[in-house]
Design a protein around this ligand. Structure first.
Ligand SMILES: Nc1ncnc2c1ncn2[C@@H]1O[C@H](COP(=O)(O)OP(=O)(O)O)[C@@H](O)[C@H]1O
Ligand SMILES: [Mg+2]
Length: 286
């Protein structure tokens, strides 16, 4: 590999690690915002970002997919697909990023493979959301897109549920309502690369949202074989070359709640000896 591009809004820890590792290997590395794409048809070159021709890159690592209007999001995804058509490798593949970005779509693919997901109702009408609340009781209401626990609320009383549904209705959103799984403020993150679990950790949360950005603590964790198998399968059905699988466990068993196609590894790296950045770059250089 000679030229590596990274789509990222900011130079976060993961991006800095990748840039450093690329420099060590004499790989030319550039960072681009996914929000400044220019595409030309019937012309050369075909895809530009900040005047660079992206068709000249060997690999483009997608490290952020900023929120935007439906039109903006669709356009950016179309361009990632187009880059693949121009034989530029995107990491993750654009199809995987697209599937995982939508929590509902991702979880439906998991369910089709027999991977356990929490009981969930997704609906467009407020009345159907109310029915779902009556059916599920204690629930987590989530946005379809989003990360870091943003925009998610836990609701266990009907009054509050109706108020939340009114607020969501006002914003033209979809209702994504999932039973609350009592996980004791802990969850598990498995990091899959190239069809294998490279490392895993337990996240001990301050609240029921166990995202590290919400102050959860990362601890080493030995992944049981059944979770390992489910994580590998989950990554595979989404078409991910690397993925961060979020698993919650209660007395009834374990459930997958999310497959992250842009997983960070800062917290995980602090719990294990395997050099994750190096493994990723080795994989990209294969
Ligand atoms: N159904 C649920 N029951 C209990 N806790 C949940 C549930 N869904 C998510 N969580 C908690 O919230 C966190 C964030 O949820 P997740 O679906 O992974 O969205 P995000 O993209 O914001 O990380 C999870 O890591 C978990 O701790
Ligand atoms: Mg998550």
């Amino acid at each position: 590999m000679e030229k590596l591009g990274i789509f990222s809004r900011k130079r976060d820890w993961n991006v800095r690690k990748l840039v450093k590792e690329a420099e060590k290997r004499n790989i030319e590395c550039s960072i681009f915002p996914l929000t400044e794409l220019v595409v030309k048809l019937g012309n050369e070159p075909k895809v530009l970002c900040q005047d660079s021709s992206l068709g000249e890159f060997d690999t483009l690592v997608v490290r952020s997919t900023p929120l935007g209007s439906a039109e903006q999001i669709v356009f950016r995804m179309d361009v990632l697909h187009r880059l693949e058509n121009l034989e530029v490798k995107t990491f993750n593949p654009s199809g995987a990023i697209e599937k995982c970005a939508d929590k509902f779509y991702a979880c439906s693919l998991l369910e089709d493979e027999g991977i356990p997901v929490p009981r969930t109702v997704v609906a467009e009408k407020r009345e159907d959301a109310r029915k779902a609340f009556r059916e599920l009781g204690d629930v987590v209401i989530k946005p379809l897109f989003g990360s870091g626990g943003t925009g998610m609320v836990r609701v266990d009383n009907e009054d509050m549920a109706y108020r939340v549904f009114s607020a969501i209705d006002f914003g033209d959103s979809i209702f994504y309502i999932q039973e609350f799984v009592p996980h004791g403020k802990k969850d598990i993150r498995a990091f899959v690369l190239d069809g294998e679990v490279l490392a895993s950790m337990e996240r001990i949360g301050k609240t029921w949202k166990t995202n590290l950005v919400r102050g959860a603590e990362a601890q080493p964790y030995d992944l049981p074989p059944e979770m390992e198998e489910a994580s590998i399968k989950a990554s595979e059905v989404q078409g991910c070359e690397y993925a961060g699988i979020d698993i919650i466990e209660s007395d009834d068993g374990f459930y997958l709640v999310e497959v992250n196609a842009i997983p960070g590894w800062k917290g995980l790296q602090s719990t294990c000896d395997v050099e994750i950045t190096k493994e990723i770059m080795d994989y990209l250089e294969e």
